[in-house]
Design a protein around this ligand. Structure first.
Ligand code: KG4
Ligand code: ZN
Length: 345
């Protein structure tokens, strides 16, 4: 009997139906990108309200596409941490109501661990633990020593902006649309990644596995609008835009992969799993795969649709349910970033 999973941690409203075998019977994602585009970033209150409108239709659609009756659902799983508090609460309220009506257990799962579980789902036969887990998204950028699906030790990560947030802000500076990651990636095609010397803060610091992206963003800002310049300039276009986007993308990816390599060296791990929206970036994917080839080790990256937020990765909840481990009515959300919420039971 299948599991219904719900994801509403940020700005996608998603639901999926997943068999015990981990086969994804359906996966529905309603993106709010268009709603947030005019603000060039997620507006939490707008996100919560949109989740309220969409959550039930999205769940209904997931059940319909799975070709099952609602009463066939064996349990309900909800991403309860980390994320935006209002967004999280909408998913939890819907999940609790459905579980209560159907008389089935509810189980909360961690959104960050779920991003890493997406790597496992996509590489079911070959996946290995332990490995270095990288989650790079709009809200989080962290490195973990992943010993099992539910056993992750945070080794380091951003000390300021998340990598995806930096892509979003860089896109905004360059006059590009939201979400910024795919826009920068597109704009960078044909650009020279070495055209501008942009900083890779903390990359040279081999004592820590932390990263920083806010200085990179500021450096780009000063390239686009010099501090003592003549005020607002038109957004760059053509080759100058491509060079700026390519230089930014290269610096952001370098900052991440340097620390992935350091994490491999420190832990002696021989595999990497990478998830989150930024793992959809072709340059990051290629750079991680190059590390794999050089070190002769596997690199597990899901297809792009499983990198950005989705509920299929909620399949991780089966790891607890199989052991008869689930939550009760007191299940609550843990808002914030992964720095606050990771490693909590
Ligand atoms: O995982 P996700 O969908 O949501 C969060 O949990 O935050 O990640 C969204 C983030 C956005 O910041 C978006 O700009 C970034 O992932 N992103 C990308 C790409 N696709 C999405 N960043 C770089 N390159 C991409 N192709
Ligand atoms: Zn995410």
């Amino acid at each position: 009997m299948p599991l219904l999973t719900i994801e509403s941690t940020c700005d996608e409203t998603a639901a999926a139906v997943i068999a015990r075998s981990r086969e994804v019977l359906s996966s529905v994602v309603a993106s709010q990108e268009r709603l947030h585009a005019r603000w060039r970033g997620v507006v939490p209150e707008v996100a919560s309200r949109a989740h309220v409108e969409r959550i039930i239709p999205v769940i209904d659609e997931a059940v319909l596409r799975a070709g099952i009756e609602r009463r066939a659902i064996e349990a309900v799983a909800v991403a309860v941490r980390p994320g935006l508090v209002g967004s999280l609460l909408v998913g939890l309220a819907a999940g609790k109501a459905i579980a209560a009506v159907l008389g089935v257990p509810i189980v909360g799962y961690d959104h960050i661990l779920a991003h890493l579980y997406a790597c496992r789902l996509a590489h079911w036969e070959s996946f290995v633990y332990p490995c270095i887990g990288l989650v790079a998204s709009g809200g989080h950028t962290s490195l973990f020593l992943l010993r099992g699906p539910l056993d992750a030790e945070r080794l380091g990560g951003t000390i300021d902006d998340a990598a995806g947030e930096a892509f979003d802000k860089a896109a905004s500076l360059l006059g590009l649309a939201y979400p910024g990651g795919p826009e920068i990636e597109r704009a960078a095609v044909g650009g020279n990644p070495g055209a501008h010397r942009l900083p890779r803060p903390l990359a040279a610091d081999r004592d820590r596995l932390d990263m920083s992206f806010s200085g990179l963003k500021t450096a780009l800002r000063y390239l686009v609008r010099p501090p003592h310049g003549e005020g607002d300039r038109p957004a760059p276009t053509g080759q100058p835009l491509a060079d700026l986007a390519a230089s930014f993308q290269q610096a952001a990816v370098d900052s991440i992969v340097t620390k992935v390599e350091l994490a491999l060296e420190r832990t002696g791990c021989h595999a990497v799993a990478a998830g989150g929206g930024v793992a959809a970036n072709a340059l990051l994917r290629e750079s991680l795969e190059a590390i794999g080839r050089r070190r002769r080790m596997p690199v597990f990256i899901p297809p792009r649709s499983l990198c950005t937020d989705n509920a299929a990765m909620g399949a991780i909840a089966w790891e607890r349910l199989e052991r008869g481990d689930y939550d009760g009515d007191l299940l609550d959300v843990v808002p914030g970033t992964d720095r606050a919420a990771a490693n909590r039971p």
